[in-house]
Write a protein that binds this ligand. Structure first.
Ligand SMILES: NC(=O)c1ccc[n+]([C@@H]2O[C@H](COP(=O)([O-])OP(=O)(O)OC[C@H]3O[C@@H](n4cnc5c(N)ncnc54)[C@H](O)[C@@H]3O)[C@@H](O)[C@H]2O)c1
Length: 332
């Protein structure tokens, strides 16, 4: 079994949060593999029915990860592999609703882990966050061992908490977990909204002919990673034995300045409304984010392939193709 794809032959896969931005892209890849069945458990709190991948292999269960009835139902089909992507997303949302954040990202993962452990799953892959686990006291580019406990939002605290729980299940019950630390995912499939990431929101405003608001100087950088590269990394995490019990950065290991991002998006969409500089948000303490991806490269053979501006073009095309739905459903 040398090929990553072979690890999915005839497998049943559960994807919590599978209707979301990254989950939807992951499910699309799983459909194309020789998987037997893919179950999505998602309460559609930040995603939409029209954006869920459709296939005979996909079973969509609308439900909450806090609901034991729904959890029993999705674990009844004994998934071999679990991707836990459901989460209360993200920083600003958690500052506004810290208790909901703790319930979903804390109690939620604990419940999903408990069922996964009882069902003896072959692999449990958790979607952690680079912006969550590394802090101002972590050295750039961030390496996996250099986590911080000086965090700035409830979301960062609970994403780290998720890793503490997965590690606990691995240590006590030998549950074969892997922690995936994503860095600013972007690409087709992410619907803009009040609590969404900067790239879909910039596309939304620029396609409406509005100036792009930058909260800061614009010199801030992020390690934007194309969603297709992230989902390749997620597949590899189910394949390699050496991944078990480990955490991996799934970044692009390249810094992009926010003011460049804004100009490129305005250029792509033909928006001449420019940029509007605003006050930095209180919790937004990290002016730069950059991943080291050597460990993922060595163990998972992870190698991001998509050039940043090519990824932007793909994202723009998805916005053009889905503009009616996006305008109808985006909530600000
Ligand atoms: N997008 C990023 O840049 C990024 C970066 C780091 C980590 N992550 C993590 O990756 C995962 C996926 O992120 P995403 O960008 O696809 O987010 P997303 O919001 O698009 O997807 C999360 C999905 O979980 C669902 N959900 C939320 N609460 C739920 C609940 N209680 N029960 C069932 N379903 C629920 C939502 O409806 C949504 O479809 C999340 O865990 C997120 O914390 C994302």
């Amino acid at each position: 079994m040398d090929r990553v794809e072979d690890s999915f032959i005839n497998k049943t896969v559960l994807v919590t949060g599978g209707a979301g931005a990254i989950g939807g892209n992951l499910v699309r890849k799983l459909i194309d593999l020789d998987t037997k069945k893919i179950t999505i458990l998602d309460n559609l709190s930040s995603s939409y029915e029209w954006n869920i991948p459709k296939s005979d292999k996909v079973q969509f269960i609308k439900g909450d990860i806090l609901d034991d009835v729904k959890l029993k139902w999705v674990f009844k089909s004994k998934p071999d592999i679990v991707y836990h992507l459901a989460a209360h997303f993200a920083n600003q949302n958690s500052v506004d609703k810290p208790e909901t954040d703790l319930m979903i990202n804390g109690l939620g993962i604990l419940k999903v882990l408990e069922y996964a452990q009882l069902c003896d799953v072959e692999r449990f892959i958790y979607s952690s966050s680079g912006c969550g686990v590394y802090g101002l006291d972590s050295k750039m580019p961030f390496e996996e061992h250099d986590v911080s406990i000086n965090l700035h939002t409830p979301y960062q605290v609970t994403k780290l908490l998720g890793e503490l729980y997965t590690n606990y299940y691995h240590n006590l019950y030998n549950l074969p977990i892997v922690n995936a630390r994503f860095f600013n995912s972007f690409g087709p499939g992410e619907v803009p909204g009040k609590y969404r990431n900067v790239i879909p929101n910039f596309f939304y405003w620029s396609m409406k002919g509005l100036p792009l608001p930058i909260t800061g100087t614009g010199e801030e950088t992020r390690d934007f990673t194309y969603v297709g590269d992230i989902t390749d990394g997620l597949l590899a995490m189910a394949h390699y034995e050496k991944a078990i019990g480990e955490a991996f950065n799934l970044g692009a290991s390249r810094e992009i300045m926010i003011k460049d991002l804004a100009s490129w998006i305005n250029e792509l969409t033909g928006n001449d409304a420019g940029i509007n500089f605003k006050e930095r948000r209180d919790w937004d303490a990290k002016s730069r984010l950059l991943s080291c991806i050597n460990k993922a490269g060595n163990v998972l053979n992870y190698k991001p392939k998509v050039e940043f501006r090519d990824g932007l073009k793909e994202t723009h095309q998805w916005f053009v193709d889905n503009w009616d739905n996006i305008q109808k459903f985006a909530e600000f």
